[in-house]
Design a protein around this ligand. Structure first.
Ligand code: ATP
Length: 239
């Protein structure tokens, strides 16, 4: 089991953003977390990646607790956050080498890792370009390459294709499909076709709670709906 979440809760003053979330995600699974705006997806990801402390509850990431042992957790995971994490004035190569060095690589190792990532992510031609001069799609690719350069066991992708055009989105899907099965991936997105194309399993959050969980086929069967969009609308209807 890669992720075991138990009663994870985050309260901001009066507002409960994540409400006793319990969920397990398998090793190598591609898991999509869906939900309307303010459902609690980003807050969940921030707690799981130790950027936010839970109000209560816990999660084990490959066996280590985000509450008791965040230092160990941080070595196993990485995140490509919603707000892009690239340093705009560093080149593509420098951004990658910088992160590789932070994770303990020496200069030569960092160089090799950066070259490897640039090749895998189709960024080699832009190695010397400042990150701010890249298109949105390439910046997002760089952000994901930076998250992967530490060889995490688990990666969180918060709306990785937000604002990308159709081609850039499809290009990114190809990269994500190549990662499938090799690493545990937790993705949040508002694009349901992205979920159909990529995810093994889907969790639908609403008001901080998990309203549904399963494969797309299971959700179709359980709700009697034939499209993921109809499933989503049914499960997030205000009661
Ligand atoms: N730092 C904060 N302080 C106060 N409230 C917060 C904070 N961060 C999030 N919230 C609130 O928690 C709730 C859940 O927010 P969250 O960003 O997790 O939702 P989301 O599902 O990721 O939404 P979106 O799809 O819009 O990104 C929202 O009501 C939000 O306003």
């Amino acid at each position: 089991m890669a992720i075991a979440i138990t009663n994870l809760t985050k309260q901001f003053n009066e507002r409960i953003a994540v409400d006793h979330l319990t969920l397990t995600i398998d090793q190598g699974e591609f898991f999509a977390l869906l939900g309307q705006n303010a459902a609690g997806k980003t807050t969940t990801i921030k707690m799981l990646s130790c950027l936010l402390t839970p109000s209560s509850g816990d999660a084990l990431m490959s066996g280590d607790s985000i509450v008791a042992n965040p230092t160990a957790v941080k070595q196993k995971i990485n995140i490509s956050p919603q707000e892009t994490a690239v340093a705009p004035n560093l080149s593509v190569k420098e951004n990658l080498e910088f992160i590789a060095r932070i994770y303990g690589g020496n200069k030569l190792e960092a160089k090799h890792k950066a070259v490897d990532m640039m090749t895998k992510f189709g960024l080699a031609e832009r190695a010397q370009s400042k990150a701010k001069t890249l298109s949105g799609g390439l910046q997002r690719r760089l952000s994901i390459a930076m998250a992967l350069i530490s060889d995490p066991q688990i990666i969180f992708l918060d709306e990785p294709t937000l604002g990308l055009d159709i081609r850039a989105r499809r290009d990114l899907w190809k990269i994500l499909l190549e990662l499938k099965g090799k690493i545990t991936i937790v993705l949040t997105t508002h694009y349901l076709e992205e979920v159909e194309a990529l995810a093994d399993r889907v969790g639908i959050m609403h008001s901080g709670k998990l309203h549904a969980l399963g494969t797309i086929d299971e959700l179709k069967e359980n709700t009697g709906q034939s499209s993921l969009e109809d499933i989503f609308l049914t499960l997030t209807e205000e009661v």
